[in-house]
Every structure is written in C-alpha cells, then in structure tokens.
Design a protein around this ligand. Sequence first.
Ligand code: GTP
Ligand code: MG
Length: 453
Amino acid sequence: MAKKSKIRTPIVCVMGHVDHGKTSLLDKIRGSSVVSTEAGAITQHIGATLVPLDAITHMSGALSKVSVNVPGLLFIDTPGHHAFTTLRARGGALADMAIVVVDINEGFRPQTIEALQILRNYKTPFVIAANKIDRIHGWRVQKDQPFNKTFAQQNERVQGILETKVYELVGKLSDLGFNSERFDRVSDFARNICIVPTSALTGEGIPDILMVLVGLAQRYMTESLKVSADGPGAGTVLEVKEERGLGMTLDLILYDGTLAVGDEIVVAGNEEIIETKVRSLLKPRPMKEILIEERFERVRSVTAAAGIKVAAPKLDGVIAGSPLRVVRGPNRDEVVEQVRHEVQDIQVTLSDLGIIIRADTIGALEALSKELEGHQIQVMRAAVGPVTRHDVIEAGTIKDPLYSAILAFNTPVLPDAIDTLADASMSHVSIFEGGVIYQLIDDYVEWRDAKKQ
Ligand code: GTP
Ligand code: MG
C-alpha cells in the first residue's frame, strides 16, 4: 500500500560573504512576514524560521495567480555555508535551495565564490540576492516594494548603474559556469540563475526573492519534497549544545516523518553509534518572551519540516551533521545500520598517500574533500574534530614530504599538536588553518609548489 504523502516545506539556506547582509535579509523576511499576516503565523524554530505560504503570497501578490502547493519556506538561520555543509540527508545536502547574498556594490568575494562552488558540487538550485541596492548613490527608497516598482522610480543614471552592476555579476557567474539573468528576464528557471536586486534594509526586492524561491520549489522539486508525514522521524543534527538544566541537547532539523517524546532514536557519535530515548522536545518561545528564564516550550511531538531541540540521555559525543533516525517497530538493527552507513558514506575518497584533513562537521569535511578532488590533491585521512598530536605525528611519517600537511577547516589545533609541531623532527610538517576552503587549498598548493623546487 502506498504511504500517504504530502509536500514538505522546502529548506532554504542563506550563504555568502561576511557582511554582505545574510542575517539582515533573514531578519527582514521575518519582520515583513510578521507584519503582513495579522495572526503572525510565522513561527520560530530551533535554528530555523518557518514562513508560511500565506505570509509569502501576501507580500508578493503576483503569486496568488499561480497554483502553489508548497506549504511555505523553512529558512535556516545559522548563516553561511556552515549550515549548508552541516545539514546533510542521505549522503547529499539537506537544503533544497539556497540564497547567495552578494553586496551589489562590492561584487563577488572569496566566500561568495566558495558558496557557489559548494552549490555546484551538490547541484542545489539557488537564487542570487544582489543586496544593498539602497547604497547605490542617488537611490530613492520605496520601502518594501517589489523590484519593478522601485526600479521604475529611479532616475536613468541610477538605473544604469544597477544594470551595470547586475551584468558584472552575470559575467562573474558565467566565469564559474553558470548562466544567469536579472530575475524578471528569466523565463526558464532550469536554465538560468535568477539575480534579484534587494535591500535587506529597506525591504525592496524582498517580495521578489520569496516569489522566485517558491517558484523554484514549485516547478522543480515538488517530487523530491514528498514525505510521509506519519512515518518515523528522520533529521540532521545542526548543533550539539549543552543547555543549563537540560544537559547535552541536539538542535535538529527534522526533514521527514514525526518525532515524539519517548521515541527511541539513533544518532552517530564520534566513536560509536548512539541509541537513546527522547526525554523532551523543545521549541523556542516567541521573540518577545526570550528574556524570560524559561526559554523553551515543551512539545509532545513534531512533524517535518521543522527545527527542534532534542534533550535525551547519552548525547555526549554526537557529531554535528549526524543523521538522526527514529526506531519504530522491530527494525532497530536496520536503523542502526542505516545511520552507520550514512556516516561512513561521507563522500571522501582516500588514498594510501595524501594529506590529512580535519573539519568541524561531516558535511564540511565532505565539501573540503570534494574541492580537493577537483584539484587532484590526494587525501590519506579525513576526520571530524580538532587537529590532534596524532595527526601531526602521522603527517610527519608520510613518505612523500609534499603530503606532510594538515588542512584544518573551521576547526582548532589542539595545544599538544602545536607542541609536537614545534619539535625539530617535525620541521617538514605544516598545518593550514582557515574558514574558506579554497584559500586553504591555495595556501597548501603554494607551500607544496615551493617545496617542489
Ligand atoms: P556575517 O554574519 O558577519 O557574515 O554578515 P551578514 O552577511 O549576516 O551581514 P549582516 O546582515 O550582519 O549585515 C552587515 C551590515 O550590512 C550591517 O551593518 C547591516 O545593517 C548592513 N546591511 C545589510 N543589508 C543591507 C542593505 O541592504 N542595505 C544597507 N544599506 N545595509 C545593509
Ligand atoms: Mg550574519
């Protein structure tokens, strides 16, 4: 018998370079949607914000003419590709779509390019927010207006500047292999990336970006968004956090099925697979109540897609990015095997000879390894967590000194590893640290090429 299915809320990650306006954009989306629906139907989740479709249609009137069946959009609040790479589902990226925010006055910066490379590797649909249009000299602000309305109010010179800047972005995207256009000139979403001029400060263009996102979801992913609402819950751990009075907790993005208090769950730990039972499920209280001592509201159960905090015993050592599965019925061993498989399935190709890589999450490790593969740089060992003394010793004994390197992406180097590195016998080993993948790779390549000579 076919399971009853429904369309789940698409998950949207916000990516882009530092200070280009990711957080402001989300704030604006949140703010405008609260205002636009009197009931304030928008809900705050752990690590995410759910903007229901009625709030979106209210903001972008044009949508109401199209039949839409996605229930809304779930925006992941943790900005940057940290969230994108952490959130995985069955070996791929969990995010269904992304917004890449770029300051239209500054253009592409290292993290913009990195975000685009990651999205290309995962084949994730995305839209570009060409943000801070209000900073264009002479811009006349039309608060919260759709792009075409505000554009029509600008003088020719300002319109010209905007066009030039958009075409600069089109050119840069083309260098990276993407076809793109200003969104109102795109007729085929599958062929062209939409560039939406926005201002996260004034709200201009915000209705359009929401409309483009819903359009993308509607036309190109309704099949992949089908879920079994009553089935056992499946999710990805976004963060592992200690909370006062609760002990260790998981911030979880649930993307399928239902999760309830008392459910048996399986997650991946650093050393082993962990089986435990949900003690409580916690939702954040509405913003206005955030200062109250009790920050969370307890709920009995939650259905996908949602962001929820999970409290349970034995959560020490759970890794960010781990899958979480609910065991229902007699299939316990099967579920444990599934989780084990998913974790081992990290798409890192290892060689007998190569460098050592470290990252803060499974997904980040995978993203780094995909880029290294593209550069034909071999990896001998890949692990989540800080760089250890053992890593340094291992790098020191590698036969080919060109591989005596450790790349640490978004993760610290432990003090005893630093001590070991200072040892004269380790003088040929180098550790490269950083938060931008391709800069890490560039640094390594430069070091290696200098060694070759
Ligand atoms: P990180 O989280 O640090 O990477 O930055 P971010 O991308 O989240 O940028 P954020 O939203 O914090 O914005 C950075 C600064 O730019 C803030 O001072 C914002 O007020 C400002 N800003 C963001 N969007 C706009 C915009 O559309 N117009 C103008 N004028 N300022 C903006
Ligand atoms: Mg931010």
